[in-house]
Each structure stands twice: as structure tokens, then as C-alpha cells.
Design a protein around this ligand. Structure first.
Ligand code: HEM
Length: 380
């Protein structure tokens, strides 16, 4: 998409697509504005998460609310994402990463996507929710069925499979939640059971809903981040892998550049909340607008030599890959930590990765996972 973005930034930075009837913005400053100005650009939509019928109550996700409703809900769940919790996460994420790397210990060829980038995020969430390690594999099966229901022959079958998995997962989580209510431990579910705002607490159903929601919000995106990191370190800039391996402390900054250079989420949608004239365009209430994060991150006005992958870039953390403003990704510290720890543990084990002679990767726009295979031969 990057050459298309470049073209649009120079020829039509604010573009109304007459066929789709939707606005598109491509410049850094405009994307930043659309993401953060919720008075003009609303996230509200009435789409109910119909795939959650098992919970018995209709729920909406944080990303489809505006303040003030949004602020309250977010305030409650944010209590599970505090600096204190982050500290306890680090060693636990390392344990999960080592677990998956141990599974492939004997192999000379490994698949960076299927052997690491896919299983890591889902099991990290399981671990942080407080699910015992012995159940990680089952947890991953449920989450695969819920998140990527493409494995069945017909759509109806995949919906059935998804609904079944949701129900099983909800049934599985419920007793865990009840137990943590009476005896809280150090995990997201316990934090959610004691979180209180203006005298309100989350119900069991809301906690299940949020726990499952984390899988949606944080799974494919983090898979994509880790896969993209390998892509950047092996293909965009092949010198990066040996360099980072020698200097593991540079990995977190390298991850920021990966986020900027190859954003896991390429765009976010909003709806124009009132008739307005912004960006030199007449926008009408109700029209949709796409903020192209992937393009903003490559805007030369904001990043010098934006189309280069550069480990030394001073301002790469200004990327918009986690959004901006009130909806800024709640899981950003977790995603960063997870990618950095996963890559560090990986690099400690392998001195060199060799790409097969023939291979192809399909890259999809938007939030869809980077779910192509990415096999490499490894040297220890
Ligand atoms: C919101 C990206 C990982 C939880 C967002 C938004 C973006 C984003 C762009 C803003 C949506 C908007 O403005 O409409 C990413 C990327 C990730 C990642 C690129 C990985 C590399 C995670 C993880 C979690 C998470 C690991 C949780 C475990 C959330 C939640 C929101 C959110 C709950 C909604 C916040 C709100 O609306 O207030 N994410 N995310 N994300 N993300 Fe992430």
C-alpha cells in the first residue's frame, strides 16, 4: 500500500471516494486530528457484538463509544493496565516466550509466524488473565475458533464453531472469575474484579466480555507486529538482525521503528459527527472517514526519510500505530513488552536466520493478521 499512500499524500491528501462514499485522509497531521478529535469524528456505532450472544447481554466495545460513556468504561478496565501490573508481567511474558521456543528446540527450520508470532500473544493474554499454563493449548484453540473462523468450509459452520468456542470459553472463565473475586491474585481478572469507579464494579459477564475482547484487540495486531519485526530485520534491513543480537538493549527502540514502518493496523474508521469544514473539505454529518495510519507514519513532513527503515530514527515513537487521544491503545505497553521480550528470547537462541530461496508473503491491508507462513532455517 505504501506507494499508493505516497501518491495520495501528494495528489489527494483529503479524498472523498464517491463509490464507497467515504472520506480518506493520508497526512500525519490530519490522521492525528481524526483519531483524537472525537467531537468532530465519532467512534460511536450501533454495531452490537452479535458474536457474544452467550453472555446474554448486549455489549459494545470501547472502540465504538465516545466520551463520556467511553471514559467511564475505559477508566474501569484501565485499572488492570497499571505500571504496577506491568512490572509483574515482564517475567511472565518471558516464561511464555520460552515455553513456545522450547516446543521448537529440536527444529532446524521454524516458522516465525506459526511457531512464535501466533501462539505468543494469545497465551500471554491467557497467562495475564490468570489461566493456568496447562490450559494454554486449549485456550489457543478457542481463540483460533473465535478470532479466525475461516477454517471451516462454510460460513455457517464457522459461525457455529465460533459460537461454540465462545460459550466454552465463557463457561471456563466464569468459575475462575468467581474464585478470584473471593481470593484475588496478581492478574488482570483479579484486578478487574476489584476495580471500582463511582461506586460501580464490573459484573462477571462484563469481565468475561472484556477478557475475550482482549483477544480480539490484542492478538492479530501483536502477531503482526512480531512478524513484521522479523520482516524488517531480515528483509528491509538485513544488517539489523546481527546488530540487534549483539546489542539486545536496542530491541525496544527497534520495535518502535517496526511499528512506524510497518504498522500492524493500517487504518481506523470514524464518522463525521456534524457538518463541518475541516482540511479544506465540506464534510457532512454521518459520512464515514478513514484515517490512514500507515500513510501518516510514512509522511515525510513528519519523519525525515520516512520511507527508510532506520533503527536510529530519533522520533520514531511518534508513530500513530496505537492511535491517538482518548482511544489510544490500552494494550500498547503490553504489546511493546511482548514483542521486545519475544524477540530478545528468540535472538538469544539463534545466531542467524536463513530465508528459503523461494518464498512469498501476502500482506493484507488493515488489521488482518500477517498470517502467511514465514519459514526460516536457523543457526544456533
Ligand atoms: C485500541 C492498535 C495491541 C487493547 C487500539 C487502537 C489502535 C490499536 C490503533 C485505537 C483504536 C481507535 O482509535 O479507534 C494496536 C496495535 C497493537 C495492539 C498495533 C499491537 C501491536 C493491543 C493489546 C491489547 C490492546 C495487546 C490488550 C491486551 C486495546 C483496547 C483498545 C485498543 C482495549 C480500545 C481503547 C479505547 O477505545 O479506549 N489499539 N493494539 N491492544 N487496543 Fe490495541
Amino acid at each position: 500500500p505504501y506507494s499508493w499512500y505516497r501518491e495520495m499524500r501528494s495528489s489527494h491528501p483529503v479524498y472523498f471516494d464517491p463509490k464507497q462514499k467515504v472520506w480518506n485522509v493520508f497526512l500525519y497531521r490530519d490522521v492525528e486530528r481524526v483519531l483524537s478529535d472525537y467531537h468532530l469524528f465519532s467512534s460511536k456505532n450501533d454495531r452490537k457484538l452479535s458474536s457474544f450472544p452467550v453472555i446474554g447481554k448486549e455489549e459494545r466495545s470501547l472502540t465504538s463509544m465516545d466520551p463520556p460513556l467511553h471514559s467511564k468504561r475505559r477508566g474501569l478496565v484501565a485499572k488492570a493496565f497499571t505500571p504496577k501490573s506491568l512490572k509483574t508481567w515482564e517475567p511472565r511474558i518471558a516464561t511464555v516466550a520460552q515455553y513456545w521456543l522450547d516446543q521448537i528446540r529440536e527444529q532446524d527450520t521454524i516458522d516465525l509466524v506459526y511457531d512464535l508470532a501466533i501462539p505468543l500473544p494469545v497465551t500471554v493474554i491467557a497467562e495475564l488473565l490468570g489461566v493456568p499454563a496447562s490450559d494454554w493449548k486449549q485456550f489457543k484453540l478457542w481463540s483460533d475458533a473465535i478470532i479466525s473462523p475461516g477454517s471451516r468450509d462454510t460460513y455457517a459452520e464457522s459461525v457455529k464453531e465460533r459460537t461454540q468456542a465462545l460459550k466454552e470459553m465463557a463457561d471456563y472463565l466464569l468459575p475462575i472469575i468467581r474464585q478470584k473475586r473471593s481470593r484475588p491474585t496478581d492478574d488482570i481478572i483479579s484486578d478487574l474484579t476489584i476495580a471500582e469507579l463511582e461506586g460501580e464494579r464490573l459484573s462477571d459477564e462484563e469481565i468475561i466480555y472484556f477478557g475475550i475482547g482482549l483477544l480480539f484487540a490484542g492478538n492479530e495486531t501483536t502477531t503482526r507486529l512480531i512478524s513484521n519485526a522479523f520482516y524488517c530485520f531480515l528483509i528491509d534491513q538485513p544488517a539489523a538482525y546481527p546488530l540487534l543480537r549483539k546489542e539486545l538493549s536496542l530491541i525496544p527502540k527497534a520495535v518502535e521503528e517496526v511499528l512506524r514502518y510497518r504498522s500492524p493496523a493500517q487504518f481506523m474508521m470514524r464518522r463525521v459527527a456534524q457538518d463541518t469544514n475541516v482540511f479544506g473539505a465540506e464534510m457532512k454529518e454521518g459520512e464515514s472517514i478513514i484515517a490512514w495510519i500507515g500513510s501518516a507514519n510514512h509522511d515525510e513532513e513528519h519523519f525525515v526519510q520516512a520511507e527508510q527503515f532506520d533503527l536510529n530514527r530519533p522520533n520514531n515513537q511518534q508513530h500513530l500505530s496505537f492511535g491517538k487521544g482518548t482511544h489510544f491503545c490500552l494494550g500498547a505497553p503490553l504489546a511493546r513488552m511482548e514483542a521486545s521480550i519475544g524477540l530478545t528470547e528468540f535472538m538469544k537462541r539463534y545466531s542467524r536466520l536463513i530465508l528459503p530461496e523461494q518464498w512469498s508473503l501476502s500482506e493484507n491491508l488493515g488489521q488482518r493478521g500477517f498470517l502467511a507462513k514465514f519459514p526460516v532455517r536457523v543457526e544456533r
